[in-house]
Design a protein around this ligand. Structure first.
Ligand SMILES: Nc1ncnc2c1ncn2[C@@H]1O[C@H](COP(=O)(O)OP(=O)(O)OP(=O)(O)O)[C@@H](O)[C@H]1O
Ligand SMILES: [Mg+2]
Length: 359
């Protein structure tokens, strides 16, 4: 037996002033699963979320909850009838209500409210603040109360729009992890909007990468990071190095040796993309580098232009002998060669991507 996803959207589109800001977006989320809608500013993430919440209308496409159609652009269940919890960046607690009052706000059965509020405040570590008012809480504490409030009515679906962006880094990590634990324990299906790849990697079971209103790739964080759909998808997660090439006979010849380009027509310009942490570095042996290997190809000579210690890794910038181009390498721990040192760089064939160049 297959059960319907908790939340499903099918081919949602929305235009403003003749411009499609959400373009044929489909997604489905199972109970207890977190999907992150990840993409740059203005790509249509919040609009997608607002359509699902019912506070924005789609031009076409359907929203389904547990297999039931709740909106098709013509007929729509109102936002409060959708069983969907919302948590937005600019969440506002009711200033005149205590923590207790805020969290209990959406609960209709007042006789059971106290127990539910206490349970949730315990989960988010806010039990001792139950009688305080919002102005007596820090930003992070307010955020936890907002989370408890959103979860109190046991929404089957939670939509979160950059909910952690107001917090400093350390607090954010803690609150993210707590939030995730609570949402998993409640079996909530979560759609979390963020423009930060680190947040998406940390939170998501599945990432939906969005660009110009479209979902360009969907998959587990590991998959999206290690098998990006195109150069821009690769570049969204880290700095990248790009080596240009041209395909001849399903191969492209470069100063780093040959790269396979299966199925790419002759004459196609390609970009060979490698993340800085995947460049291999070897030392110079009186003007010679290490021997070529099938895994790493041919080494190319470079000189160090700059080396900086970043804490858990070192960033080394190179100038390539063959054309004067710049490449970056991230090396674990401390590696600070002097400026001008000659070194040899190799590109691991199992770590690089070959993409036809976007016109
Ligand atoms: N009501 C509206 N009227 C006109 N244009 C709108 C409206 N709402 C959103 N837009 C436009 O649609 C595009 C997508 O907006 P949206 O808020 O969905 O982006 P986003 O991906 O959430 O970006 P950010 O990361 O900056 O929050 C933007 O160009 C925005 O200006
Ligand atoms: Mg937004």
């Amino acid at each position: 037996m297959t059960t319907a996803p908790r939340l499903e959207i099918r081919q949602i589109s929305r235009s403003f002033d003749g411009r499609r800001v959400v373009d044929d977006v489909s997604l489905s989320i199972q109970p207890g699963q977190v999907t992150c809608l990840l993409g740059p500013s203005g790509c249509g993430k919040s609009t997608t979320l607002r359509i699902i919440a019912g506070v924005e209308r789609q031009d076409s496409g359907e929203v389904l909850v547990d297999g039931q159609l709740i909106s098709d652009g013509v007929h729509a269940v109102p936002p409060e009838g959708r069983g969907i919890g919302l948590m937005f960046q600019d969440f506002a607690l009711f200033p005149h209500l205590s923590v207790m009052g805020n969290v209990a706000f959406g609960l209709s059965d007042k006789s059971k409210a106290r127990a539910r509020v206490e349970e949730l405040l315990a989960r988010v570590g806010m039990s001792r603040h139950i009688d305080r008012f919002p102005h007596e809480l820090s930003g992070g504490e307010q955020q936890r109360v907002a989370l408890a409030r959103a979860l109190a009515p046991r929404p089957h679906i939670m939509l979160m729009d950059e909910p952690f962006s107001g917090l400093d880094d350390r607090l954010r990590d803690d609150i993210r992890d707590e939030t995730l634990a609570v949402l998993k324990a409640e079996e909530t299906a979560v759609l979390l909007v963020t423009h930060e790849p680190g947040e998406a990697m940390r939170m998501a079971d599945e990432i939906a990468l969005m660009r110009d209103g479209r979902i360009v790739q969907r998959g587990a964080p590991y998959h999206i990071y290690n098998a990006p759909a195109d150069r821009a998808a690769a570049a969204f997660f880290s700095d990248i190095n790009v080596i240009p090439g041209k395909v001849q006979g399903a191969l492209t010849e470069t100063p780093f040796g040959q790269f396979l380009a299966p199925g790419v027509p002759d004459g196609t310009e390609v970009d060979i993309v490698i993340r800085p942490q995947h460049l291999k570095i070897d030392f110079d042996r009186h003007g010679r580098g290490p021997n070529p290997t099938p895994q790493d190809g041919t080494p190319a000579r470079a000189v160090v232009e700059r080396a900086r210690f970043m804490g858990s890794e070192s960033l080394v910038e190179f100038r390539m002998d063959f054309d004067g181009s710049a490449l970056k390498a991230l090396v674990p721990s401390v590696f600070l060669p002097k400026v001008g040192t000659p070194l040899w760089l190799m590109i691991r064939r199992d770590r690089c991507f070959v993409f036809p160049r976007a016109s």
